[in-house]
Design a protein around this ligand. Structure first.
Ligand SMILES: Cc1cc2nc3c(=O)[nH]c(=O)nc-3n(C[C@H](O)[C@H](O)[C@H](O)COP(=O)(O)OP(=O)(O)OC[C@H]3O[C@@H](n4cnc5c(N)ncnc54)[C@H](O)[C@@H]3O)c2cc1C
Length: 258
């Protein structure tokens, strides 16, 4: 497979840096072709702004969505954005690797998503009408590709348990796994999470590395999280609410998983 690792940590000698280097070797040894977008090393521009669209009319009101749409359609996006889109088209599997910072991804990675996920590429794809609400949540440009999060947290596993004070990890990652990965079509594999990072010593590092290795070995075969596809009959269109007979009585994030 072609595997793209989008990696966000500012320090190459960090835990994340070591695990990223390990992942590249492990995947290559298994015969995969790997590309890494090392966002800090690339000095990735994190904020979406008018400079991303060099072809736009000077002085015109900047519209982040419509300018993105026009630039994507006529090939006038900033080159760094187009290159990342090309890597996504190339990849069969995409790994987003990052430390959990304030219950989400580091800003530089959020900025990668905001800029690379152009209108017409990751959203605004397909027919939008009263009977069809575009190709998204299970369909879209990136359908057929696999994606997985590799995340490290300072908090303990119990802090992220079903009744843990931080909220369940599946809920915290839902906006990324469902909103960012499933939305443009990825099959999203269960995340690989390393908790309580301050307690990692050589022995725990070896354990974590080996567990990650097993997940990487199974990248092509692990069953994805069974998110309900938008256009598979579970949702009323255009209200986009679950039909009464689907997950009756359930609300919130978990209701969208079969
Ligand atoms: C701005 C910010 C916000 C944060 N928000 C949250 C949050 O919302 N929730 C939360 O739970 N946590 C949060 N944290 C904590 C954060 O998630 C962890 O600090 C991070 O996940 C640790 O990953 P790292 O790669 O930086 O680890 P490092 O600090 O580099 O390493 C962690 C440990 O692993 C050891 N180690 C590293 N490499 C190796 C190796 N090769 N072999 C053996 N041992 C090794 C180190 O010695 C160290 O003990 C936050 C931190 C910051 C800075």
């Amino acid at each position: 497979m072609n595997v793209l690792i989008v990696y966000a940590h500012p320090e190459p000698k960090s835990l994340n840096g070591s695990l990223k280097d390990f992942s590249v070797k492990r995947l290559e040894r298994a015969g995969h072709v790997v590309q890494v977008s090392d966002l800090y090393a690339m000095n990735w521009k994190a904020s979406l702004d008018a400079d991303d669209f060099p072809g736009r009319q000077a002085g015109a009101r900047f519209d982040p969505s419509l300018d993105s749409k026009h630039a994507f359609e006529n090939g006038s996006q900033s080159q760094d954005i187009a290159l990342e889109q090309e890597k996504l088209r190339w990849a069969d599997a995409v790994i987003l690797q990052f430390p959990l910072w304030w219950f989400s991804m580091p800003a530089i990675l959020k900025g990668w998503v905001e800029r690379v996920y152009a209108y017409g590429f990751a959203y605004g794809v397909g027919e939008h009408s009263d009977t069809r609400w575009g190709e998204r949540y299970g369909e879209g440009t990136l359908a057929g590709k696999r994606a997985m999060l590799v995340v490290t947290t300072g908090g303990w596993e119990s802090h992220y348990g079903p009744r843990g004070i931080n909220g369940p990890i599946d809920d915290i990652l839902f906006p990324i796994q469902h909103g960012i990965l499933y939305y443009p079509g990825f099959d999203v594999l269960p995340p690989f999470v390393i908790y309580r990072t301050s307690r990692i010593d050589e022995a725990k590092y070896a354990e974590a590395r080996d567990a990650l290795g097993q997940r990487l070995d199974a990248l092509g075969t692990t069953a994805p999280i069974p998110f309900l596809p938008q256009n598979g009959g579970a949702y009323r269109i255009p209200a986009l609410t679950l039909r009464d007979e689907i997950a009756p009585g359930r609300t919130g994030f978990a209701a969208h998983v079969a």
